[in-house]
Ligand binder design. Structure first.
Ligand code: DGY
Length: 322
């Protein structure tokens, strides 16, 4: 039987590429640039599968141009780059990489919360610029983290990881809002209390966004939501750009309607709204919440496991459509 032919759309760990080469005819995108839609379609025209990273849009137009395509393995837990309905209609399987990144991403969410609340990057820039001349009682005085109220919007696996860190590590009161309420045992594990979105906005000292991006969650945090938050609050987004209205956030930060923001994801990334770049009270990182070598390796291997399982007729580790 002919070996399946796959595209690896971005650079990936060499050993993972070797696993794939052992089973498939592999074309690897050596340029390590996100392929433009037309180029992706051209390279996928004769392929049965593809390993994507979340930046490649898989929609009806692409699927129509790739009649042999059977499976798309995203090396990410988020799959908002998939038009799942179009994939299902075209008989194309999608997969993602949940679980292996949960704790690492929760670690980063907490680190970004700490850096933002305690003004770490602002203080470091000040020091590096040679502006530190003496200790002062209010020099980069930030917001308290321990004992404060941690709000979480989106209480999936990563949200629960952040809740556990906040409740058990930092003695925080944890409140959350989610499409559905957690089972009582899980709520108890996370020491988290379910509240309405309005209560979450009004009561959080630190609000962390961990919900998936969808039409429903587009601009879940916009001018009206920012206006409901405490003026002393910090906002952390490790979910997806587009969940926050970045222009409205920049305006709120400029006007000190909220105190600070920590952002790992952006609308239209890797472009960052220039008004955010201009604000000192925002910590900006380039979509690295899951970026430890061990976790990224585990994600790449899980994406490869999905491709290998698909073509050998085994149950898929993590399917996203039927
Ligand atoms: C994910 O897994 O969805 C992260 O955002 C990494 O891209």
């Amino acid at each position: 039987m002919q070996r399946p032919s796959i595209l690896v759309a971005r650079a990936v760990f060499p050993e993972v590429l070797e696993r794939l080469r052992a089973a498939f005819d592999v074309e690897a995108n050596q340029e390590d640039q996100v392929l433009a839609p037309a180029e992706l379609a051209r390279r996928l025209a004769d392929k049965h599968g593809v390993l994507t990273t979340g930046a490649e849009r898989i929609d009806a137009a692409l699927l129509a141009a790739c009649p042999r395509l059977r499976v798309v393995a995203n090396m990410a837990v988020g799959f908002n780059n998939f038009d799942v309905d179009a994939m299902t209609a075209a008989g194309v399987q999608g997969t993602n990489t949940p679980d292996v990144l949960t704790e690492t991403t929760a670690d980063f969410g907490f680190a970004l919360l700490m850096a933002t609340a305690r003004r770490m990057t602002e203080a470091e820039h000040f020091l590096r610029a040679g502006r530190w001349t003496q200790w002062r009682y209010d020099l980069f005085a930030g917001a308290e983290v321990h004992g404060s109220t941690l709000g979480i919007l989106g209480m999936g696996r990563i949200g629960q990881g952040i809740a556990r860190r906040g409740a058990h590590g930092f003695g925080m009161r944890v409140i959350y809002h989610n499409r559905s309420r957690l089972a009582p045992a899980l709520e108890a594990q996370c020491a988290a209390q379910y509240v309405s979105k309005d209560e979450l906005l009004a009561q959080s000292d630190h609000l962390v966004l961990v919900l998936p991006y969808s039409a429903e969650s587009h601009h879940a945090i916009g001018p009206a939501e920012l206006a409901r938050m405490k003026p002393t609050a910090t906002l952390v987004n490790i979910a997806r750009g587009g969940i926050v209205d970045d222009a409205a956030l920049a305006a709120a930060l400029r006007a000190r309607r909220i105190a600070a923001a920590g952002l790992d994801v952006f609308e239209g990334e890797p472009r960052v709204h220039p008004d955010l770049l201009a604000q000192p009270n925002v910590v900006l990182t380039p979509h690295i919440a899951s970026a430890t070598l061990a976790t990224r390796r585990a994600m790449a291997n899980k994406a490869a496991d999905n491709l290998l399982a698909f073509f050998s007729g085994q149950p898929l580790p993590s399917p996203v459509n039927a």
